[in-house]
Design a protein around this ligand. Structure first.
Ligand SMILES: [Zn+2]
Ligand SMILES: [Zn+2]
Length: 587
């Protein structure tokens, strides 16, 4: 979001920023809990936790602890059963809250194949199911992901490319399930993991790329991948939202490799009734009876961006929502990609399309063809993620990480920037007192080495001091802001934004979010007049993409004036409630 000098009064407005309609949370990883990324905690059987588990030790080589502080003992075989949130240990008829197993052993949930394990697992019970979290080396995890995600790959180079891609993806997204006490689930929500199918060949492939990651701007890149692009990859911004808008390596380009394997065209159909139910299950209610579906708008690559679904009247549905509704509720094989034509035939909706998956980043079929044609994994990665660099440490910039309870600071100059930690902590407490809201996640402060580095990395003009997406605040160097006298005001503004965005009802108007931040950041909540904008929609547009710094300044003043007036009429608490619940009609 934006930063602004406090003294909006005198309009000493030095910086503003682009206004990403950010969705909070790209998943910054918590630090200091375990040695991620060397070890990762994976929830096994995530989608289908079992009520029972059988464990069989390699003779003499496995150990168990029947509570966190219990002594370790050897075992030959164990049967565990979840009863509510307790674990019953069958042999000794005892029950406990948690069981910890280490060494080498086999574990079988009954419904899924037996897993040969040489990593520790922690077991808990919840609502009659056993929740199993494995701690394994990252590279063991990657070998299991290769088994799950690259079933048919023949080329070693393509597999190596996928190993780097999967490792980078894991590091980019960090701990997606941190709140539940693990890093990744074993389903396609994170990456499809099949530890039991990790072959010696896959392990060798992973080892050949040990620790190699694709970097962009000092961070692991967002290495999305998909099955088959159908001949043209998709620009990342169409599926990732604004958080990833500045991932310039995820761009649309033609892929002549995957199409060499023949056509990737497909056809499928769903009944109107089935489709209407699938949409409803996804929260999209078609009025009356579903009559037709037409493509409203396509992305430049040709993929469907919006469809119009007509019932008693028409509604517009984003292509991604449309596809996931069908995928979740009917089957992912029905609409394999977002690249299709649609027709109505009687009571059926008929699709003809090409490709498989979202089309962003690496195309697996294309990568496999490149590998078979003798291209190296480096060439494959450079083709699908142009502009990234392959390396074992952050390329370009050496980032260091400092952290406190509430703040994680990424800096290239710890001696220069370390004071930001206590400052940010104080401002976060101040913001919580000021609003009565509580931060849900810790703040990630990323302080760039120079103004130029900030500009290059964020794409912001030099008059922008900082910008916030989700819980990540990117800032100009602290000494530059200090010299300009705006360090504290900048950070206060951004941290307030983070808090407001965490609690704002999705879809809340920008003027309310921005105006509230400006209002709360003022030392003395005085009311201002504004109102240069003839309509709310003109104001929203100016906030979203201002034509100039001047227009941005006016838009801020207008947003602040509107919020100040509402606070004067209704009180601050009411405004904060409206932020969370939505504005009442007529406001
Ligand atoms: Zn997951
Ligand atoms: Zn392709």
């Amino acid at each position: 979001m934006k930063a602004i000098a406090t003294a909006l009064m005198v309009m000493s407005f030095l910086w503003a920023a682009d206004l990403a309609l950010s969705q909070p949370g790209t998943g910054s990883r918590p630090v200091g809990q375990h040695d991620f990324p060397h070890t990762v905690r994976v929830r096994l059987w995530y989608l289908h936790p079992s009520p029972t588990l059988k464990l069989v030790a390699d003779p003499g080589r496995a150990r168990v602890r029947k509570c966190a502080s219990c002594a370790e003992t050897g075992f030959a075989a164990l049967t565990l059963r979840a009863v509510g949130s307790r674990i019953q240990i069958e042999a000794d008829k005892s029950s406990t809250q948690d069981v910890h197993v280490a060494g080498t052993y086999r574990v079988s949930p009954g419904s899924a194949p037996t897993l040969k394990a040489d990593f520790p697992i922690d077991i808990r019970a919840n609502e009659g199911h056993l929740l199993v979290t494995a701690s394994m080396p990252m590279d063991e995890y990657i070998a299991g992901v290769l088994a799950g995600e690259t079933g048919t790959f023949k080329s070693d180079e393509a597999l190596k490319a996928m190993a780097v891609t999967a490792r980078t993806y894991a590091m980019h997204f960090g701990s997606r399930h941190a709140l539940d006490g693990f890093d990744f689930c074993d389903s396609t929500h994170c990456q499809n993991l099949r530890i039991s199918d990790a072959t010696p060949r896959l392990r060798k492939i992973v080892e050949a790329t040990a620790s190699e990651v694709l970097w962009y701007d000092g961070e692991p890149a967002a290495t999305y991948y998909h099955a088959n692009c159908g001949g043209t990859t998709e620009d990342g911004r169409f599926i990732l939202g604004n958080d990833e808008q500045r991932a310039p390596y995820l761009k649309q380009h033609s892929d002549t490799y995957c199409v060499r394997n023949g056509t990737s065209q497909w056809g499928s159909e769903v009944s109107k009734h089935e489709l209407q139910r699938a949409l409803a299950a996804e929260g999209v209610n078609v009025p009356g009876q579903l009559r037709s579906v037409t493509v409203l708008q396509r992305t430049p690559s040709g993929r469907v961006e919006f469809v119009t679904v007509a019932g008693s009247h028409s509604i517009i549905v984003p292509g991604l929502t449309f596809r996931s509704a069908i995928g979740h509720n009917i089957g992912w094989d029905r609409l394999k990609s977002n690249w299709y034509d649609v027709q109505v035939q009687g009571d059926k909706i008929v699709f003809h399309g090409r490709g498989s998956g979202h089309g962003v980043g690496l195309c697996q079929v294309g990568a496999e063809v490149m590998g078979e044609e003798g291209r190296s994994y480096r060439e494959i990665l450079a083709f699908y993620y142009p502009g990234t660099r392959l390396g074992v440490s952050a390329q370009g910039t050496q980032w260091q990480q400092l952290s406190s309870e509430d703040v994680v600071l990424f800096t290239t100059h710890p001696e220069r920037d370390h004071l930001l930690l206590p400052l940010a902590t104080r401002l976060m407490h101040e913001a919580e007192e000021n609003t009565g809201l509580v931060y849900i996640s810790s703040a990630k402060l990323k302080v760039y080495a120079t103004v130029a580095a900030f500009r290059d990395a964020t794409g912001e003009p030099g008059w922008v001091a900082a910008s916030t997406r989700g819980n990540t605040i990117r800032m100009q160097p602290s000494d530059v802001l200090q010299d300009a006298g705006t360090l504290e005001t900048t950070l206060r503004h951004e941290l307030l934004h983070m808090l407001i965005e965490e609690h704002a009802k999705p879809g809340t108007a920008l003027w309310l979010r921005e105006g509230l931040v400006l209002y709360l950041a003022q030392p003395n909540g005085s009311t201002r007049t504004g109102g240069n904008f003839e309509s709310i929609s003109a104001l929203e547009k100016a906030l979203r993409s201002p034509a100039s710094e001047q227009q941005m300044r006016e838009a801020y003043a207008d947003a602040l004036a509107r919020v100040s007036k509402l606070v004067a009429q209704n009180g601050r608490e009411t405004l904060i409630r409206w932020l969370q619940e939505g504005l009442p009609p007529g406001q």
